[in-house]
Design a binder for this molecule. Structure first.
Ligand SMILES: Nc1ncnc2c1ncn2[C@@H]1O[C@H](COP(=O)(O)OP(=O)(O)OP(=O)(O)O)[C@@H](O)[C@H]1O
Length: 261
């Protein structure tokens, strides 16, 4: 049986008197690839922060990679988790070379200083770059890349350490159609590979759900509307309830389209 990578029981987060997550029960197994959908402010990023061991629940319990948050040294846990988000990207120095952006993941730092990297790490970084369509970009400055290229570098960095859990917060946000499709295709190939880790991706658009994704969690005002296999959780009815607007979902060849009914 597949091992569990995330186990949230009755997880709530309260900040400044506001309930951001409200009694979330959620379980992710190592062979599952989840998409999280929900309106602005629904609590998606907060949920991802807990999965990244970057935040503790106010109430309830969260196990990440079989370790209970609050009882484990999160600095031991975090190297096993790949996390790509805009907040993380902002910490990357604009003049850092692409190869260093990826290599520094091995030390969980951004900005190369005096660390020594082994040839094996450099080879792996080059391989990861080419897997994410970034061959020939190693010596480019991060700040000189297009949005689409920067997003792919962030994911390459997140997978560099061969994580057991990959978290992606809106990886296709702000991309043009071509860059989005390029990224969704790469993510689909990665997610479909038996060697890939468990993945949780937050997105605003069902069009961005890649092939190979298996499950969906729909969040509304901090609560779970639906969670489970895509065919059961990602339905017109559940999207309508989540977004408070009549929505019609269609699927073609494993990709999704949603519009107001
Ligand atoms: N530290 C905090 N203190 C108070 N409120 C917070 C804090 N962090 C987040 N919030 C609030 O919690 C709610 C959920 O935020 P979160 O970023 O998790 O939502 P989200 O679903 O990712 O939203 P978006 O789609 O807009 O990115 C928002 O209303 C936000 O303003």
């Amino acid at each position: 049986m597949a091992s569990t990578v995330l186990e949230f029981r009755d997880v709530s987060v309260v900040r400044d008197g506001n309930t951001i997550l409200d009694g979330v029960d959620w379980s992710v197994a190592e062979d599952e690839r989840w998409v999280i959908l929900g309106p602005n402010g629904a609590g998606k990023t907060t949920l991802l922060q807990i999965a990244a061991a970057a935040m503790h629940p106010t109430k309830g319990s969260a196990e990440v990679l079989l370790e209970s948050l609050g009882k484990v040294d999160v600095f031991e846990l975090r190297p096993m988790i790949g996390f790509a988000s805009t907040a993380m990207a902002r910490k990357i120095p604009r003049n850092e070379t692409v190869i260093d952006v990826v290599l520094t993941a091995a030390y969980s730092v951004t900005g190369r200083w005096n660390e020594e990297y082994e040839a094996i790490d450099e080879r792996r970084a080059q391989r990861v770059l080419s897997e994410w369509g970034l061959e020939g970009f190693a010596d480019r400055r991060f700040g000189s890349l297009s949005d689409g290229e920067q997003k792919r570098v962030q994911i390459a960095r997140a997978v560099m350490t061969d994580p057991e859990l990959l978290l992606l917060d809106e990886p296709a946000a702000s991309l043009d159609l071509g860059a989005r499709e390029e990224l969704v295709t790469l993510l689909g190939g990665y997610a479909s590979s038996s060697a890939s880790p468990a993945i949780v991706m937050v997105t605003h658009h069902v069009e961005e759900i890649p092939h190979g994704f298996t499950h969906a969690l729909l969040l509304k005002q901090g609560g779970v509307v639906a969670a489970g296999p895509l065919a059961e959780a990602l339905t017109s009815e559940n999207l309508t309830e989540t977004f408070g607007l009549s929505i019609e979902l269609s699927e073609q060849g494993g990709r999704y389209v949603a519009r107001a009914a």
